[in-house]
Ligand binder design. Structure first.
Ligand code: DUC
Ligand code: ZN
Ligand code: ZN
Length: 487
């Protein structure tokens, strides 16, 4: 009788710290052995010529989420997590999205129900607090923490989601008392409204004007304010989707001062620029997201911030809307940029596009790729070592990755329901071939085998993890200047 249900044989194992040839033995969905020439398993998977990576952890994606505008993302838990699986992601952290006047507990129950039915990969949730009134924080939050929720999200912009500084402090205080991480969408609401109104009044309505309507300094101001509020209470925070060099520099300085602040950017901010929005007609709407895509100089600064540990995660911020009346064009065929839903699909292509930019093109290398896309998000959000690494005892969530395969990305059909991808036409090198979730193949040779309902909720304990902060960060060096507009 074999000691293993499955042996993955002959691959090159990659973790955030190591790269070596080994077989992996799996039993009851977990890794139980890593070594040379393991005995035969009941089943075998040939990994020769392939990298064996931990399944991706996408710690920021919007799935089947009702926006404050009344629109729902184009996909469902089934289609979104199918696209995650096909792209090598085996854990997602989407949102339970409270709106003003609603009960957080009831909303959480609703998202749980839909995820239980549809999810093909494992999942946790961040709880969005749009209405952190006392009874929500005092009565509804504690049972949710006991049920395994360990992170919150707040918005410093967006009508009907924005909270003010006092509310932010209330949330930070509640988070502190339960040991929760607080994730922040950090942009200055007043600046965005003021700029947007003036641009539209003057007839600047084309999608390209979305970019100046979210001023760079507005990101800096809000990041700084969030860090200051968190520092007042000594509460850890995560700044989501950092888009500018100055935003990264703000986090860099705060970390240098010992603040408990972490930072994330997304594949699109590293690989696309605001030039995408500058297309004829309404086409640029496909690339409208917030914060907006920025400049090549920002990309350089973000890569640098990832390299030195100022930012720790690269997520997708998957938020797909179709280019029709159900999504981007809900306000008519020729809307102003203010009327276009924010967001783009990204769950499926987060890893392939990033692998190409980061590993195939020789930027930060394989181990760092694993760290940013799996290990660090798992650690920061309390899922490590069950998720995000390859080690005895970890879930056998594994991606057998073909580092040589070249793929030219096409618009459609893709598994998510956006109907387009922001990366169409790009040729990338490196693509997932097989994907295992707890030892079961959910993708084999690029074909989806996973079934809806197979994904499991991952309860987490409050008490944010002792997160590896990486190498001591060097001084931020304005002389490198990353192009131009530091301030
Ligand atoms: N911005 C967000 O804050 N959320 C979803 C998508 C987007 O563009
Ligand atoms: Zn956001
Ligand atoms: Zn988001």
């Amino acid at each position: 009788m074999s000691p293993f249900d499955l042996v993955i044989r002959g691959g090159t194992v990659v973790t955030a710290t190591d790269l070596y040839a080994a077989d992996i033995g799996v039993r009851d969905g977990r890794i139980v052995a890593i070594g040379e020439d393991l005995p035969a398993g009941r089943e075998e998977l040939d990994a020769r010529g392939l990298l064996v990576l931990p399944g991706g952890v996408d710690s920021h994606c919007h799935i089947e989420q009702l926006a404050a505008t009344g629109l729902v993302n184009a996909d469902t838990f089934e289609t979104a997590t199918a696209s995650a699986a096909l792209g090598g992601t085996t854990t997602v952290i989407p949102f339970v999205a409270q709106h003003v006047g609603t009960s957080l507990a009831a909303v959480a129950e609703d998202y749980h129900r839909r995820a239980e039915r549809g999810a093909i990969v494992d999942y946790a949730f961040h709880l969005i607090l749009a209405d952190p009134r006392p009874e929500i924080l005092k009565d509804e939050l504690p049972p949710l923490v006991r049920a395994g929720h360990a992170s919150l999200k707040v918005f410093l912009t967006y009508d009907r989601l924005v909270i003010d500084d006092e509310q932010l402090l209330d949330v930070l205080e509640a988070a502190r008392s339960h040991g929760l991480m607080v994730c922040v969408h950090a942009e200055n609401h007043g600046m965005i409204r003021w700029m947007g109104r003036r641009l539209v009044e003057r007839g600047f309505t084309h999608p390209r004007f979305h970019v100046p309507s979210h001023p760079r300094i507005g990101e800096v101001e809000a990041i700084h304010r969030a860090i200051a509020c968190a520092a007042l209470l000594d509460q850890p925070i995560m700044i989501f989707h950092v888009s500018t060099a100055e935003g990264a520099a703000t986090i860099h300085r705060a970390r240098g001062e010992g603040r408990k602040v972490w930072g994330e950017t997304c594949t699109q901010y590293l690989t696309l620029t605001s030039a995408e929005l500058d297309r004829p007609g309404i086409e640029g709407a496909k690339w409208i997201c917030s914060p907006p895509l920025r400049d090549p100089a920002d990309q350089e600064a973000l890569w640098w911030a990832l390299e030195v540990g100022t930012l720790q995660c690269v997520s997708s911020d998957h938020a797909p809307y179709r280019m029709d009346a159900t999504g981007k064009l809900a306000k008519g065929p020729n809307p102003s940029f203010k009327e276009i839903a924010n967001g783009m699909p990204g769950l499926e292509l987060r890893l392939p596009v990033l692998f190409d930019a980061m590993v195939s093109r020789g930027r930060l290398g394989l181990k760092k790729f694993v760290e940013l896309t799996a290990t660090a998000p798992a650690a920061i959000y309390g899922l490590h070592p069950r998720k995000g690494t390859i080690a005895p005892g970890s879930d056998a969530d594994l991606v057998l990755w073909d580092a040589e395969r070249k793929v030219t990305i096409e618009d459609a059909p893709r598994t998510d329901r956006a109907g387009y991808t922001p990366y169409a036409g790009r040729t990338v090198k490196g693509w997932p071939r097989h994907v295992l979730l707890r030892g079961r193949p959910i993708v084999r040779d690029g074909t989806l085998l996973g079934t809806p309902g197979e994904g499991r909720f991952l309860p987490r304990r409050g008490g944010w993890a002792a997160v590896p902060t990486g190498r001591p960060a060097p001084e931020f060096d304005p002389a490198r200047n990353f192009g131009a507009r530091l301030w």
